[in-house]
Design a protein around this ligand. Structure first.
Ligand code: DLZ
Length: 145
């Protein structure tokens, strides 16, 4: 199985940790480093298009989407968060490739860091596990690529 991770650079002091958690989750599930491709994008707003592009390439069974929106620092937080969530769902529906939502929406940097701890509780790891579960489900349904 090959998996893509699309990760936003904005707030990379958090997203780097989400990426590490996602990579650890995929490694623990038996994937080799070579089975994982990482796409960096500027911010959460750009995640859906990159996720759709990599899904449409036919190379991957699922896409893990990682980002971090911090309300205090982002006046148009709701717009970006909503566009990101709806865009990811639309991209998954269009390509029929599962995409998981590991995009934090918090009120402070402290809250975000709490969700990016090492090990269990890291939302990047949880998003990777969800993507794998969905990829297996889609494969079992006979709709696998
Ligand atoms: C512009 C912006 C702001 C203010 N805040 C965030 C954020 O908290 N998290 C995030 O991932 N991206 C943010 N961005 C950047 C937008 O997602 C996008 O990259 C830019 O508006 C350029 O299209």
């Amino acid at each position: 199985m090959r998996i893509a991770i699309v990760v936003a650079r904005f707030n990379d002091f958090v997203t780097e940790r989400l990426l590490a958690g996602a990579r650890a989750g995929l490694t623990d599930a038996g994937l080799a480093d070579g089975d994982v491709e990482v796409w960096w994008v500027p911010g959460a707003f750009e995640i859906p298009l990159a996720a759709e592009c990599v899904a449409a390439s036919g190379r991957v069974s699922a896409v893990v989407c990682l980002g971090c929106l911090i309300k205090g620092a982002t006046p148009h937080f709701e717009y970006i968060a909503s566009a990101c969530a709806h865009g990811i769902m639309a991209a998954a529906s269009k390509t029929r490739i599962p995409m998981s939502f590991g995009v934090l929406t918090t009120t402070s940097a402290e809250e975000a860091l709490e969700r990016a701890v090492e090990g269990r509780g890291n939302k990047g790891r949880e998003a990777a596990e969800a993507a794998l579960e969905m990829a297996r489900l889609v494969a079992a349904s006979g709709d696998a690529r």
